[in-house]
Ligand binder design. Structure first.
Ligand code: SF4
Ligand code: SF4
Ligand code: F3S
Length: 266
């Protein structure tokens, strides 16, 4: 059957900004058209589907039934736990919908730092006590693809790996695929020779900053951030935050960005 070749995917959005979906839309190899028409069968995605309202609800429940036990569940966004009414889809609380959707999923992919670790919605003052997918789902294989947004190729490569080998890729202790999150970005950063030689930008716009020196003294979290940004880069134009002069803020790490830095700045 067609869906055997193209695994059915149900994609739900909870507390998020849709930046992760936007990131996927901008991939080029494969592009989103090949992804949707050749690789997977996207059964439900609120941003991309034409249906809305009752029609959309019917599509979702039809997909739950038709692909019971087979579908891959992708979650974008965190789940409120203090105020469940804060995020509802089709009049159903996010928490309940996640439980229902994951029950017959073959695996769950948490795309982005919101669903992987709580992300921006979990930053102080934590109005909704936002939870990650793995905080709630304990009985399914889970892959976290953190990043805010994540590199689309880390998601697409995970899908390709699943299609090719019919199993999940090897993960680290935060459930991140090792092929993408196995090393800190500091290892492959083009500013690394400056770090090793003690040449640092001290302030934005100073001589060192303009000369491309290391951004460690501007707060770069590269030495503690596991991700492939310095190798994979973004948007097919070879840039990533550090290459354009901004320190890494550790967006793929559970505790670096979201629990400390932003909270300190509020
Ligand atoms: Fe948006 Fe970042 Fe959350 Fe993705 S991880 S939904 S880009 S806030
Ligand atoms: Fe490491 Fe950041 Fe300096 Fe690059 S800019 S060498 S990642 S500390
Ligand atoms: Fe995020 Fe740092 Fe990469 S902020 S995008 S992990 S360079």
């Amino acid at each position: 059957a067609e869906h055997k070749k193209r695994p059915p995917v149900i994609w739900l959005h909870f507390q998020e900004c849709t930046g992760c979906s936007e990131s996927i839309l901008r991939s080029t190899h494969p592009d989103v058209v090949s992804l949707l028409f050749e690789m997977i069968s996207l059964e439900y995605h609120e941003t991309l589907m034409p249906a809305s309202g009752i029609q959309a609800e019917e599509t979702l429940h039809h997909a739950f039934e038709k692909y019971k036990g087979e579908y891959l569940l992708v979650i974008e966004g965190s789940i409120p736990s203090d105020n469940e009414g804060f995020c509802k889809i089709g009049c159903k609380e996010a928490y309940k919908l996640l439980k229902e959707a994951s029950k017959y999923a073959s695996a769950v992919i948490a795309i982005g730092s919101c669903s992987s670790f709580g992300g921006i919605p979990a930053v102080m003052p934590e109005l909704t006590n936002a939870k990650s997918v793995e905080n709630i789902i304990k009985d399914k294989p889970i892959v976290n693809i953190p990043g805010c947004p994540p590199n689309p190729y880390n998601f697409l490569s995970t899908i390709l790996y699943l299609l090719s080998f019919e199993k999940l890729p090897k993960l680290d202790d935060k459930k991140r695929p090792l092929f993408a999150y196995g090393r800190v970005i500091h290892e492959h950063c083009e500013r690394r020779p400056h770090f090793d030689s003690g040449r640092f930008a001290e302030e934005y716009g100073d001589k060192g900053h303009r000369l491309g020196y290391c951004l460690y003294k501007l707060g770069c979290k590269g030495p503690a951030t596991f991700a492939n940004c310095s190798v994979q880069r973004f948007n097919d134009v070879g840039v990533w935050p550090v290459s354009i002069g901004h320190p890494c803020i550790g967006c793929t790490e559970k505790d670096i960005l979201f629990k400390r830095d932003i909270a300190d700045h509020i």
